[in-house]
Design a protein around this ligand. Structure first.
Ligand SMILES: [Zn+2]
Ligand SMILES: [Zn+2]
Length: 344
């Protein structure tokens, strides 16, 4: 593939429908007013990227995908603070929102109907360069590597569901169902809030549960013979990160009266659950879509205060050319987080 000074290679959704993702020549953009140019140092592969690949999540092709971005500020548009130049940053995912609807005005740009996101509407991070608004930038501490820093974005999403306001109180018994990236981040946020956390997975989650153990969590394994009988409804907070019907149902079984159920994992289809228990047992249901500026501030505080460990969640860092292998490995769910590094 020929790459001129005005173009670069990016992992691109070329047209709508199933598949249609390939390495493709993309035009290089330069930062306009209030924007910066980032040299990408790593972009994590998210479930959303897999859904874009499968044609199950709306995107506006042709578009470079990737929204879990760590990069170094390499160029400044007009009006951007010069101090940003050379800083290593993680990036909020909205390229633009309307700025005047009730959600934008209330600090919830994630709900804006005119939201345009990096990696779905506007070129994202699976390319050597990406242009983003300066209001999206969050400086990353030196001690966090490039690949782990890409987890800032999913951490901000977890914080949107769990920390606005905080759902876990000190002393709470917390059960995290599903030990993927979101589950292992949620478990650490719950622990930072003072919760005693157990992480639950299936036999197929051996590697992921091993990481949970390494991070110091108790683990529970759903055996091939079906789920063990719950000890009783004694859990204060359930954080459902498996996106499975059995996971959600189990969560309702073990939650104590008045407990909180946090929905993080998505099924992408209808599930059957005994919703009456929300009344009978006064469950509080919490969730959050993507991230907000506030949840990013919380996430970055957790990182700077060393309340979360990100490096153990990185399974492999690969060059852009190996995107398909990385996407397949991600989809197989053996490891936790796969990252593409365009500099490799
Ligand atoms: Zn994501
Ligand atoms: Zn808006």
């Amino acid at each position: 593939m020929t790459v001129s000074a005005e173009t670069m290679i990016g992992v691109t959704k070329l047209e709508a429908g199933r598949g249609h993702v390939a390495l493709s020549e993309r035009s290089r953009k330069y930062p306009g007013p209030g924007e910066v140019l980032l040299e990408v140092a790593g972009t994590g592969i998210c479930g959303t990227d897999l859904h874009i690949w499968a044609g199950e999540y709306h995107s506006v092709p042709p578009v470079t995908i990737g929204h879990e971005i760590c990069g170094v500020v390499a160029g400044l548009g007009e009006g951007v603070e010069p101090e940003w130049l050379g800083k290593r940053v993680a990036v909020e995912t909205y390229y633009s929102t309307c700025g005047r609807c009730r959600y934008c005005r209330g600090g919830r740009r994630n709900l804006c109907l005119e939201r345009k996101s990096l990696g779905t509407h506007v070129d994202g991070g699976m390319a050597p360069w990406v242009v983003v608004p300066d209001i999206n930038l969050h400086e990353v501490p030196d001690w966090v590597g490039d690949a782990p820093a890409t987890l800032s974005e999913p951490l901000a999403c977890v914080c949107n569901s769990m920390m606005d306001p905080a759902v876990v109180e000190a002393g709470d018994a917390v059960l995290v169902i599903g030990p993927g990236a979101m589950g292992l981040l949620a478990a650490q946020v719950a622990r930072a809030c003072g919760g005693t956390v157990t992480v639950r997975g299936t036999e197929a989650d051996e590697v992921r549960l091993g990481i949970a153990t390494e991070l110091g969590f108790e683990v529970e394994v759903v055996g091939a013979g079906g789920a063990p009988t719950p000890a009783g409804p004694n859990v204060d907070v359930v954080i459902e990160c498996s996106g499975s019907e059995p996971g959600a149902r189990y969560g309702f079984d073990v939650l104590r009266r008045g407990g909180a159920f946090v929905l993080v994992g998505l099924r992408g289809a209808d599930i059957t659950i005994r919703l009456d228990l929300v009344c009978f047992h006064e469950f509080a249901i919490r969730s959050g879509f993507a991230s907000t500026a506030e949840s990013w501030n919380t996430a970055m505080r957790l990182i700077w205060q060393k309340n979360v460990e990100l490096a153990p969640l990185i399974s492999e860092v690969l060059p852009l050319q190996e995107w398909e292998h990385a996407f397949n490995a991600s989809r197989a769910g053996r490891g936790v987080k796969y990252v593409l590094d365009p500099r490799r």
